[in-house]
Design a protein around this ligand. Structure first.
Ligand code: CAO
Length: 441
């Protein structure tokens, strides 16, 4: 056994080059011609091969160092008699910068070198504008990626100037594997019909957040897991569009406040949402395709009026249903809504109380906001979102007058509904809230 210092060979026109990647580490057993480090000048990057075989005892350079011909890169323990390492002599061609296209194989020229010839440095890719858009990686990293079947264009480089390193390729592989396992687990849980199979998405980013600061982990609750999976499927599978509009509820709100005052002692409290549910029923009668579901190539139009409403609970979002809302008055709807919302918050809703809706309303009016994009509650085809009403100046033809305006956000399934119908639905819905006498017409 003998120790040999491996040096930088003649690297042509370059006086000094920067070490940008270490391709071996202490303890590695390496072969003659195996690439040891990648260096980069302002014109090209290249790999420096080993002139001997043996085991790496000590690395004598690190990333960021500047090296030149004769610099010692590492100490190698080699079998047989000791001897000074002969620096490899790169050929003129090897020292020339070569731009390697993303899909091109590494094609190390060492393979084509005549037997016994000193191994040349392997030219990698040329940095700079010519390489814009191409992944920045050395031939050995490309080869490694190719062997693993990794699409190198999708690997995020963490080396200098975004260079893709061996570690990056390995990290990408681990990420894909864990993503694939998650997808398999999800597929096992997902219903067969209407699955989102075929979406060729990147794996979810796997990040060690603790690197950036203290974190804590909390298991998602049961409701969140169930509603999250449903919302995700609906968001991905339904071509959503949202139309925004405003309803003038000045008179309606004044009436509601007056009514509640008159009935204060009875404990009855009617809510704006109850009026909206009645207005929804009237709008669904006029626009039946909003009270429908897709079933294969058919549209199922519903002759019943069960309206879901989103309820915010400590455990997550739930959607209780007011059944046969067309047969109920505002007071009854208000009372039922209060009971159902309480049950939802107490975690006592029965499955039957959350099923069968033909259309849903999501009200953030008690909280705030202007507009939002509610996600359709499949198999429904539309949902009305409302936010907090506020006094705004409105032009009455002669002057601006203060009016209480309710922001509306109607999301609809473009497979069933068109934009014109959605705009008409909003207009009609707003006209009903502006003057509820229209419901009787
Ligand atoms: N504009 C202004 N004020 C409004 C309003 C509106 N659009 N809607 C309600 N309010 C007022 C109410 O009048 C009430 O005030 P008063 O007590 O003075 O009368 C207050 O806000 C609280 O109302 P509320 O939210 O308790 O009652 P509600 O009938 O409006 O709503 C419910 C009931 C269950 C829908 C609601 O509590 C809730 O959970 N909303 C959240 C829904 C949600 O999370 N949607 C998002 C789904 S997507 O993640």
């Amino acid at each position: 056994m003998a120790l040999v210092d491996i040096q930088v060979p003649d690297i042509g026109d370059f006086d000094e080059v920067g070490v940008i990647e270490l391709l071996v580490k202490p303890g590695d057993i390496i072969k003659v011609e195996q690439s040891l480090i990648t260096v980069e000048s302002d014109k090209a990057s290249m790999e420096i091969p080993s002139s001997h075989a043996g085991q790496v005892k000590e690395l004598r350079v690190q990333v960021g160092d500047k090296v030149k011909e004769g610099s010692v890169l590492l100490t190698l323990e080699v079998a047989g008699a000791a001897g000074a390492a002969e620096p490899a002599t790169p050929t003129a061609a090897a020292a020339a910068p070569v731009a390697a296209p993303a899909s091109a194989p590494a094609s190390p020229p060492t393979a084509a070198a005549p037997a016994g010839a000193t191994p040349p440095a392997i030219p990698a890719q040329q940095p700079g504008p010519a390489m814009a858009g191409l992944p920045h990686a050395s031939p050995s990293v490309r080869k490694f990626a190719r062997e693993l079947g990794v699409p190198i264009a999708q690997v995020k480089g963490t080396g200098p100037k975004g260079r893709i390193t061996l570690d990056d390729v390995q990290a990408f592989t681990r990420q894909v594997m864990s993503g694939a396992m998650q997808t398999q687990a999800q597929a096992a849980r997902a219903p067969a019909a209407g699955s989102a199979a075929g979406l060729d998405l990147l794996p979810w980013p796997k990040i060690d957040f603790a690197k950036f600061g203290p974190v804590e982990r909390k298991e998602l609750g049961r409701i969140k897991k169930i509603s999250g999976a449903n919302l995700h499927r609906n968001w991905v599978l339904i071509p959503h569009v949202t139309n925004h509009d405003d309803a003038d509820i000045t008179e309606l709100e004044a009436f509601r406040v007056q009514f509640n005052k008159e009935n204060d002692k009875s404990g009855i409290k009617v809510t704006m949402l109850a009026f909206m549910i009645r207005a929804t029923v009237a709008a669904l009668r006029k626009f039946p395709e909003f009270n429908a579901s897709i079933d294969g190539e058919q549209l199922v139009l519903k002759n019943y009026f069960h309206i879901g409403f989103a309820a915010d609970t400590p455990n997550g979002l739930m959607v209780p249903v007011i059944r046969d809302a067309d047969q109920k008055g505002i007071v009854q709807i208000s009372q039922e809504m209060a009971e159902l919302a309480k049950k939802a918050r107490d975690g006592k809703l029965a499955p039957a109380e959350m099923s069968g809706a033909g259309f849903s309303i999501s009200s953030l009016g008690g909280i705030g906001g202007r507009y939002f994009t509610p996600i359709i509650n499949a198999p429904e085809v539309a949902i009305m979102g409302v936010c907090k009403s506020r006094l705004e100046p409105q032009w009455d033809g002669k002057q601006f007058v203060p009016r209480l305006m309710l922001p509306l956000s109607l999301s609809w399934d473009h497979r069933v509904i068109d934009g014109a119908a959605a705009a008409r639905f909003n207009l009609y819905f707003a006209s009903l809230l502006a003057d509820m006498r229209r419901i009787m017409m």
